[in-house]
Structures are given as C-alpha cells and as structure tokens.
Design a protein around this ligand. Structure first.
Ligand code: ATP
Length: 420
C-alpha cells in the first residue's frame, strides 16, 4: 500500500457521516449547455437533466440500488495504448483502496452507483436492467478534498439503502452489526447441479453483482453428495450471520437444512440465520417461488433476479415439514414425493445433461415401460385380443428404441462439442 492510499483510508467513512439530503450539479463533458442536477434523499436518487432549457427527470428507487464504490483515475499505461478497451472510462479508474498506480494529474474522485431497475412491460417482458451512474467530483484542487465529497455521497447512499431495506424487509439478509460491518455470507456451490455449469455461472454472473454490492463472503464448493450437510453440521455457522446461500438446486438446500437441523444449537441458529438460493439446478422450485413472492421477473434472468434477491435482503419465513420414516427423520421445504415421482427424480440422474427436461423425458419413458410390464404380466380385466396386444407391445418397443437413439445422438452431440 503506498502513502496515497493510506491517506485515503484515513479520510474513509468513519470521519464522514450521512446527510439528510445531498444535492450537486454535474456537467456533461460531451454536451455543451447540458447539466445534471443530482439530488439524493430518502426518496431515491433524483437526476434532473437540463439540455438547452429542456428538463427531464429520472428517479432511481433506493430499493433498486445495490451498492456504490469510490474510484480514482489510474495512471495511463503507454504499453496498452492500442488496446480497444482504453475507450471505456471504466478501465481508466480503479477502486480507491486498490494498490494500482494512480494518475496524479487527475484530482477527480469518481462515485459509481450500481442499480438494477425494473423495466416494466407486459408480464413476460418485465426485466431488471443494470444502470451505472458515474458522478465525477472535481470542485477542489486536491484529490483528498474531492474524495471526501465522494465519500460523503457514498456513505449517504448506503445509509438510505439500509434504512429503505429495513423498512420494507424487517427480516433483511445483510444486517450490519453494531460496528456497521456487514456480516459474512457463506456460499455453498454444487458443481454437479443442473447441467454442471454452476461454477461458471457463479463466476460470470453472480460474483460481479456481489462485488458491486460489496458483499463479504466465503465460498465452499462441494466435493461429493452430503458434503454440504457435513459442512453446515460441523462448522461454526455463527460467523455467517449474513446468511448461507446455496448455488445449485433444491437438493443442495435440502442438505443444508437437514445438516443445520442435526446441530444441537439448531433452534437458536434458525432464529438468526438466513438461507438463500441461486438457481443452478434442474427444478429450482424454491428460487422461482421466492421471486414470485416478491413479484420479481424470474423467467427473463433467473440468476440475476435471485442474486439481487440475496443482495437486496429480500427474505420471508419458510415452513418446514418433518417427515418420519421407520429409520429416518428428514425435513422438507418444497414437496414430498414417493412412488413414480421419486423414481423419476432419482433415475433421471443419468440424463442430467438434458437439464430440467430430464424429468418430462423420463416420466414418459417410465410410464410407457411400467405400462408394458403391466400388460405383459397382468391380463386386463377384459382380456385383450392377442393380436392387438402383440402389436401394442411392438409399438412400445419401437418407441423405446426411438428414445434410446435420441439420447445416444444427444450425448454424442454433447461429447463432440466438448472435444472440439
Ligand atoms: N460435488 C458433488 N458431486 C456429486 N453430487 C453432489 C455434489 N455436491 C452435491 N451433490 C448432490 O447432488 C444432488 C443434486 O443437487 P442439486 O439439487 O443442487 O441439483 P439438481 O438436482 O440439478 O437440482 P434440483 O434439485 O432443483 O432438481 C444433491 O442432492 C447432492 O447430494
């Protein structure tokens, strides 16, 4: 850490307190006679754009803002001049607490505000869209003074975000402790869930949102079945008062719930600990139900919406069902299945590569094969004409063949894609 970043830490949030409202005028560099009057209050971030006398107002709800970061200009690297990304302002600024070489000639401090606003439309076209508001502070001649301004805005945004969440969601996920430090979250990722893409999904789609929202987290990647259950049963879960979030399907959450229920301190823990889910499984029933309960557009981007549910602290109480068999006690949260439904769930593991379609495919196959066994073994009440029976069984045989060929081609296609 160089001397500059030490000084920045000194003027950090502890000496800047939130204001009831903040207002500032910003100029748009690319347009003459264009200004933005930006006002931050408990109602939200209001931006009034004035271009040649025309006024346009846009307000971002505090509920839609997930975080903000102070940035500083990075020293321009000559070697990278040809690089196309040099066009982006984002690549020229870095987090003010990073160890990068700063551009001493630019005394501006930048505040990046990240929001995911709801684009309303017909039910199916409703979606969350990312907006980044960049405010550049350069009133003063010294970088430290400009940064202090930016910090004031940052602290105020966070303060309003917190009060807005607590007001609408008293069971809020990321409760700050008395020191104001946000609690740590444990992410448990099942790399085998769904079609086996949970790791990439987490890295590419979830981590960027967690970074924007400044979430402090640990990640555990499961190595085998029941690993998640062992982890939550044996580890000190009191260090994860930010919550436990599974990245996978309902099965991995089932393990987490049952692992927690096996602890001696389960009752006290359940009163404090929040659970969450980022849907990377095949069925994802709970993730969909959560989004439905909060009126969020799940279908357009399930991962984004569920990650936002987690970082924005959406939570609600969930009932558990205690199921007792002759030799086992288990806790269910979504559904209890037996007979054909369970057989389909377990046996269709072989065609996991098909994603959620595996359930429908296997059900069709299973019903047909059960039916053919029944027809072969149990004569119907009204005996079936032998000729009809034989042709019916032949027809089923052919159908099974077609399904087999389909699966074979599908797996071949997947393998070829993988090899190339
Ligand atoms: N690393 C692993 N290797 C193999 N199996 C695992 C691993 N980690 C967890 N499992 C098992 O995988 C099972 C299924 O996981 P999960 O529920 O995440 O995915 P899914 O079955 O595709 O989704 P859904 O339950 O929504 O249909 C879990 O019950 C768990 O026991």
């Amino acid at each position: 850490m160089d001397s500059d970043s030490c000084r920045i830490t000194d003027i950090e949030e502890d000496c800047v307190s939130p204001s009831p409202t903040l207002e500032e005028t910003f100029y748009i560099l690319s347009k003459k006679n264009a200004v933005y009057r930006v006002k931050l209050s408990e109602k939200g971030l209001c931006m009034i754009k004035e271009v040649n006398g025309n006024v346009k107002t846009e307000t971002i709800d505090l509920e839609d803002i997930i975080g903000c970061r102070c940035m500083r200009s990075k020293r321009f690297d000559q070697k990278c001049m040809w690089h196309p990304t040099s066009k982006k302002i984002n690549s020229r600024v870095v987090d003010e607490s990073s160890a990068a070489d700063f551009d001493e000639s630019d005394v501006s401090a930048y505040l990046y505000i990240y929001a995911y606003v709801l684009k309303k439309g017909k039910v199916k076209s409703k979606k969350r869209e990312r907006i980044v508001v960049t405010l550049r502070f350069r009133t003063y001649d010294k970088y430290e003074d400009n940064m202090k301004q930016a910090q004031k805005w940052k602290v105020t945004v966070k303060y309003f975000m917190h009060t807005a969440t607590v007001k609408t969601h008293p069971l809020c996920f990321f409760k700050s402790d008395q020191t104001g430090i946000e609690n740590k979250v444990l992410f448990i990722l099942n790399p085998k869930s769904g079609v086996g893409k949970a790791r990439e999904t987490f890295q590419n789609k979830v981590v960027p949102v967690l970074t924007e929202a400044d979430v402090n987290y640990d990640l555990h990647v499961t190595r085998h079945a029941h690993d998640a259950q062992n982890v939550v049963r044996t580890q000190n879960m009191w260090q994860y008062m930010g919550g436990v979030v599974v990245v996978g399907g309902d099965g991995i959450l089932y393990e987490v719930i049952n692992g927690l229920m096996e602890r001696p301190d389960w009752e006290a823990l359940f009163a404090e600990l929040k659970l969450g889910i980022i849907p990377c499984g095949s069925g994802n029933g709970l993730a969909k139900s959560i989004s439905y309960a909060f009126n969020e557009p799940y279908d357009y981007s399930p991962i984004l919406v569920s990650t936002l549910n987690v970082v924005r602290g959406h939570s609600a109480l969930l009932d558990l069902v205690r199921v007792e068999t002759e030799n086992q006690v288990m806790f269910s949260f979504l559904s209890i299945g037996w007979g054909l439904i369970s057989d389909v769930d377990i046996e269709s593991e072989r065609i996991r590569a098909l994603g959620s379609q595996r359930f429908a495919m296997w059900t069709v196959g299973k019903v047909i094969s059960e039916w053919s066994i029944w027809i072969e073994n149990e004569p119907p009440i009204r005996p079936m004409n032998d000729k009809i029976k034989i042709s019916f069984l032949n027809w089923i045989k052919w159908f099974k063949k077609i399904i087999e060929v389909f699966f074979f081609n599908f797996i071949l296609l997947k393998t070829t894609k993988f090899i190339t």
